[in-house]
Design a protein around this ligand. Sequence first.
Ligand SMILES: Cc1cc2nc3c(=O)[nH]c(=O)nc-3n(C[C@H](O)[C@H](O)[C@H](O)COP(=O)(O)OP(=O)(O)OC[C@H]3O[C@@H](n4cnc5c(N)ncnc54)[C@H](O)[C@@H]3O)c2cc1C
Length: 322
Amino acid sequence: MGVLGLTSRKFNKFFQIKYKIINRNYYTQKRLLSSNYSSQNDAILPVLIVGAGPVGLVLSALLTKLGVKCAVLERSTTFSKHPQAHFINNRSMEVFRKLDGLAEEIQRFQPPVELWRKFIYCTSLTGSTIGSVDHMQTQDFNQIVSPVSVAHFSQYKLNALLLKQLEAVGFTVRSHEGLDHRPLAEREILMGHNCISVEATGNLVNVTTSFVKEGKHIEKQIPCSFLVGADGAGSTVRNLVGIEMRGEKDIQKLVSVHFLSQELGKYLMYEKPGMLFFIFNPGAIGVLVAHDLKQGEFVLQMPFYPPQQKFEDFSSEVLFFS
Ligand SMILES: Cc1cc2nc3c(=O)[nH]c(=O)nc-3n(C[C@H](O)[C@H](O)[C@H](O)COP(=O)(O)OP(=O)(O)OC[C@H]3O[C@@H](n4cnc5c(N)ncnc54)[C@H](O)[C@@H]3O)c2cc1C
């Protein structure tokens, strides 16, 4: 996640400086963030967050709780139904504990821990088990290292709970049609808007977004005091402000197949319940993520090696019959 507020053109430097300013002059910053928007200039949002993934949504809820006015821009026109992440660590659960009952809701709605505490290594789902690892430890249940245990809950379900929380404090999800020509208001999540440029002038960050209307790309300017890049691993905001990603890129490519099978869910639930199934045999290698055995919701992840392999090699016909 990146944060940008505007006092310097040297974005990289600014990135570090701004954090220091926030820490040193907390009260000044607090006034700027909470009162500037309504009383001085209605067109300037105190905080604009790019990205309505879990990080952007959690941040919106936390800022709102602190009285900081914010809005969110999201490139996709709808929220993804791909399960993506599922394993939530202690630290994330501790943050969720601060959000009116979110940690408790996750614990209530997640599958029973007995169904996901194991990683299973096997030759195939119906074949022999090579070994299994129980990744839950006594300390996880006894609240020794953290007051909240880890959880197993699909990302799209988490996003739905976060949206419910945000709606309860006055957030609205808008398509670009819902905005017309008026500026983006606080507590709005604007869908279908791709952040394409960021410009720092004086105390403002001018964010340009692009959206599609009747087949045409239209650009819109959104000024704000602080910009937060919560736009994922390939962050556009990070690239636009010239912050390089450290470490190795493209470590591995995977093809993920999301499917529903109550039959498989029932079979695994009784035969070998687990969260991850590492499958090794000469015909196929993959990791099956059991998002919810009771619902029969799975993602099969397979290694993908372009240019030797093409994406088309993983067509639904091939996957269904293999
Ligand atoms: C298959 C899979 C399994 C995973 N499993 C786990 C797991 O078990 N546990 C775990 O902790 N993590 C897991 N992860 C990683 C986890 O999904 C990410 O860490 C998490 O999604 C990061 O959240 P985020 O909000 O930062 O970014 P994202 O979820 O990527 O959200 C970023 C949002 O920003 C939007 N966006 C991007 N660019 C722009 C732009 N230019 N303008 C406007 N909007 C933009 C995107 O559309 C997106 O909605 C998994 C990921 C995948 C793909």
